[in-house]
Design a protein around this ligand. Structure first.
Ligand SMILES: CC(C)CCOP(=O)(O)OP(=O)(O)O
Ligand SMILES: [Mg+2]
Ligand SMILES: [Mg+2]
Ligand SMILES: [Mg+2]
Length: 146
């Protein structure tokens, strides 16, 4: 038990936003200790007292200045980051959202964390994908309504 206790890392919850506009989804290339220079959906740590929807709207606004309209829960995945300096585990809550105003364009509000945002078709996603996203894509996940 002591061994497990010594190696146990933190478990956090991240909310991940599949922001859909027509046939496109918003992705940005991360600048971060986790997944540096890989393409990811807007995402962020769930903060104490927040609902998943509130976190999605807050993180999207913080990172892109975009205002979310309708939003719903899609799926949840469990991601172990064991080969990092500090092991961690993220439960990723994937939400689907649309813009309140579809004419709004994303701004790169946190250039220290993101190279910039772009719209991509699901079957034409940029590479390399941030591995938690790549995992769900490989498993056939598709955020677009069928
Ligand atoms: C695993 C990953 C989704 C971790 C949390 O996402 P993030 O690094 O974008 O977090 P913040 O936007 O809250 O800084
Ligand atoms: Mg953030
Ligand atoms: Mg955050
Ligand atoms: Mg983020």
């Amino acid at each position: 038990t002591v061994v497990v206790a010594e190696t146990a890392g933190s478990i956090k919850v991240a909310v991940v936003v599949c922001l859909l506009r027509g046939q496109n989804v918003l992705l940005g290339r991360r600048r971060s200790s986790l997944g540096d220079s890989t393409f990811s959906l807007p995402s962020g740590h769930l903060e104490f007292g927040e609902s998943f929807e509130e976190c999605a709207a807050r993180e999207l606004k913080e990172e892109t200045d975009l205002d979310i309209g309708k939003i719903e829960l899609l799926t949840v995945t469990n991601n172990l980051f064991l080969d990092e300096a500090k092991p961690s585990q993220y439960v990723a809550v994937f939400m689907r959202a649309v813009l309140a105003d579809p004419r709004q364009e994303p701004q790169n509000i946190e250039p220290e964390f993101c190279d910039g945002w772009g719209w991509y078709e699901w079957d034409n996603l940029p590479k390399p994908l941030f591995w938690p996203l790549d995992n769900v894509v490989q498993d056939g996940f598709n955020p677009f309504p069928t």
